[in-house]
Design a protein around this ligand. Sequence first.
Ligand SMILES: CC(C)(COP(=O)(O)OP(=O)(O)OC[C@H]1O[C@@H](n2cnc3c(N)ncnc32)[C@H](O)[C@@H]1OP(=O)(O)O)[C@@H](O)C(=O)NCCC(=O)NCCS
Length: 203
Amino acid sequence: MLSPAAKKRLFSLLASGLRFFGGLFYDRRYLVGAYFDDSFIGWKWVVRGILFQKILKFNRNIPWPVSPLNVVSIGRNLKFHPDDINMFNEMTGKYFQNFAAPIRIGKGTWIASNVGIITANHDPNDLTRHLPGAEVVIGESCWIGMNSVILPGVRLGPHTVVGAGSVVTHSFPEGHCVLAGNPARLLRRLDEPGQAEVGVAPK
Ligand SMILES: CC(C)(COP(=O)(O)OP(=O)(O)OC[C@H]1O[C@@H](n2cnc3c(N)ncnc32)[C@H](O)[C@@H]1OP(=O)(O)O)[C@@H](O)C(=O)NCCC(=O)NCCS
């Protein structure tokens, strides 16, 4: 039987090989963190992604593994922490529409199925065009409930909970609150943890 230290060394050796292999298809900077350094889960997403992204061309230009059941418009316009790469690979129906402006998502944020994060509307007078985009920022440690839509320009502060089925039309930058409804309104405030526990979305 291998000791825990030997198992860790073996895993880290294996992970280096997998990182070299995965790096042939993806940007290696994304193949790190909770789902890659101590777990095989991320590597399973890499193998699935090679089939669906690199061969069948779903989310083909995104430089990290994304399930074919979720859609990211533009890789360079999405900022997130690699520990949260599960948001692109678990559950279904998520749409990160960021061809017109960036989406920034803070560390520790959870995004449920069928959530749309939208940075640009169609021009109502000419539906073949889009209006100029506006950045969407979601702070750290937020939870966006199923079937919600976050509209262009919205900024949510840290520790914001968005109830299922909400349409968030304007910003709640102070965070530490529960929002719900269409349009989303403040349901209640949450206790603020220490400053060290939650921060802002990555630049
Ligand atoms: C918002 C949520 C977190 C609950 O928050 P809560 O503070 O416990 O709210 P309560 O259940 O006490 O409800 C408070 C009020 O808000 C309303 N409410 C709760 N969730 C709502 C929602 N999603 N949309 C609209 N109103 C909602 C309730 O009807 C209630 O209204 P009332 O006071 O007029 O009766 C929860 O309802 C929710 O939407 N969870 C998301 C679940 C999900 O998407 N999971 C995905 C898998 S990860």
